[in-house]
Write a protein that binds this ligand. Structure first.
Ligand SMILES: [Zn+2]
Length: 478
């Protein structure tokens, strides 16, 4: 108790001294002063953020059969998270690359500001904030970050219990408060993590079941909650303090989302590709409609610039959102900033409106700065945009287990289908798939129900394809 009082008094009168002593006490109690690297491994639950069946539903569950984190607190910090998951939702429900056949990697790495997926062919991370957050809110990362930032200790009382709290942040990635109990053990971290949809996304980490190994205190259970939904529940089985951890970003990694290619699919209809996610730009006479605003502001700015160059002098008045999964909706705000109205299934409208009202202080995007109000058109089973040869029909895919509000685009005059996730043009098939996935058969059922006459497919992942490819993906003869 006297330590807490000393700290409290110290903040008022001798901030530097009290701060140094108290954070040193915490570092000693947790063993943070004796490690520069750590490795910890375990198993548990992993959830795919932003990939729920519909807004408000849980993040889909995957079972982690292997989790290993390797952290180096030196320099700007570095971390590799190696995660192997198996299917957790039975039957499959939501996105995040379901169903998992066998095991799937969800690994990620960060070194300073550079993030990537560690695999045989490393690819740049779409977002670096989640990994920077994971690194610096790891049990000893909190102390290292607070010490580096000379964070003052503030005493807070919750439910009659006193805690020492420290605030710390990484510009553009997160801001956080670490909570230590009176024995100087870290109990949790409240953070705001930069997210293209949520803005300052609320993420809380809980640390419990502490064990001490070679004088290093470490929680055997780590639970992370994002916007009220479970994200991670890790049961740690092995800790290796000061493990070898030389983590370097691969040479020549580029930030994703800035390469844009324009391919004319029909007169005035452009397939906008070049990255992991595609868009489609349609000339609607006095304005342009863009289907899909994926990823983030960076991608949107690049796509908007390319569309303006290809179809000059016409405003982008509408952006169609195929479904609310964050990799497909993270760039919508960039289009709103450009003056576009968002056309999405009606189940998503209130979700976006609420998310867009949240503060964006950690990594303000263009819309946060311009303060324009987002406008939405919430559609039902069918909606038509434009007229003539470039008329675009939007249809709800009924019975999708990927997303309840998944919509496809259809252009009758060109026999063009625009589709996200239910079909992706990533591989060229030469024969029907023997065991087609539900997403593919469900897409074919919907096309048959709607009597759509499709020749060409513009998938929002992968390459432009003939419809025969979709038939084969769904197990039918080409
Ligand atoms: Zn999806």
């Amino acid at each position: 108790m006297h330590k807490i009082l000393a700290a409290a008094v110290g903040i008022s009168f001798l901030p530097g001294l009290a701060l140094a002593q108290s954070l040193e006490d915490i570092a000693k109690a947790m063993g943070a002063d004796r490690i520069t690297t750590i490795e910890y491994a375990g198993t548990g639950d992993f959830h795919a953020l932003g990939q729920s069946l519909q807004p408000g539903d849980r993040w889909p569950l995957f079972k982690m059969v292997e989790y290993k984190a390797t952290i180096n607190y030196g320099g700007d910090g570095a971390m590799i998270q190696r995660i192997l998951v198996i299917q957790g939702e039975h039957p499959p429900r939501g996105g995040g690359r379901q169903p998992v056949k066998g095991k799937q990697s969800r690994s990620g790495a960060i070194a300073g500001e550079i993030g990537w997926s560690p695999s045989a062919r490393p690819t740049p991370a779409r977002e670096t904030a989640p990994l920077i957050h994971a690194l610096w809110t790891s049990p000893h990362g909190v102390i290292k970050a607070a010490l580096a930032q000379k964070s003052p200790i503030v005493i807070k009382t919750v439910d009659g219990k006193e805690y020492k709290t420290v605030a710390f942040a990484r510009k553009g990635a997160f801001s956080a408060i670490g909570w230590f109990d009176k024995t100087n053990v870290l109990r949790g971290v409240d953070a705001r993590v930069a997210n293209p949809v949520y803005g300052d996304m609320k993420v809380t980490s809980h640390y419990s079941d502490y064990k001490t190994v070679d004088g290093i205190a470490f929680p055997m259970r780590i639970r992370v909650i994002a916007e009220g939904q479970p994200l991670l529940d890790l049961r740690v089985s092995k800790i290796t303090p000061n493990a070898p951890a030389e983590i370097k970003a691969p040479e020549g990694l580029r930030r994703p989302g800035h390469r844009v290619t324009m391919e004319e699919a029909a007169k005035g209809v452009w397939f906008v590709a070049g990255g992991s996610h595609n868009s489609v730009a349609i000339d609607h006479g006095d304005h342009v409609t863009v289907v899909e605003g994926p990823l983030n502001d960076g991608r949107s700015m690049a796509v908007i610039a390319a569309v303006k160059k290809t179809i000059p002098g016409k405003p982008i008045r509408f952006v169609v959102n195929s479904h609310h999964h964050f990799d497909h909706s993270g760039g919508l705000r960039g289009f709103v900033n450009e003056g576009a109205t968002v056309v999405t299934h009606k189940i998503n409208v209130s979700f976006y409106q609420q998310a867009y009202r949240a503060p964006r202080t950690v990594d303000p995007d263009l819309l946060a700065t311009s303060r324009k109000t987002a406008k939405f058109v919430g559609i039902g089973d069918k909606h038509v945009m434009g007229a003539g040869d470039n008329a675009l029909e939007l249809h709800l895919l009924k019975g999708s287990t990927h997303n309840t509000g998944l919509i496809i685009g259809y252009m009758p005059a060109h026999k063009i289908l625009i589709v996200a996730d239910a079909y992706s043009g990533r591989e060229h098939l030469s024969a029907p798939v023997a065991e087609p996935e539900h997403a593919a058969t469900n897409l074919l059922e919907n096309i048959a129900r709607l009597k759509l006459d499709v020749a060409k497919v513009l998938p929002l992942h992968g390459a432009m394809m003939d419809f025969a490819q979709v038939r084969m993906a769904g197990g039918q003869a080409p």
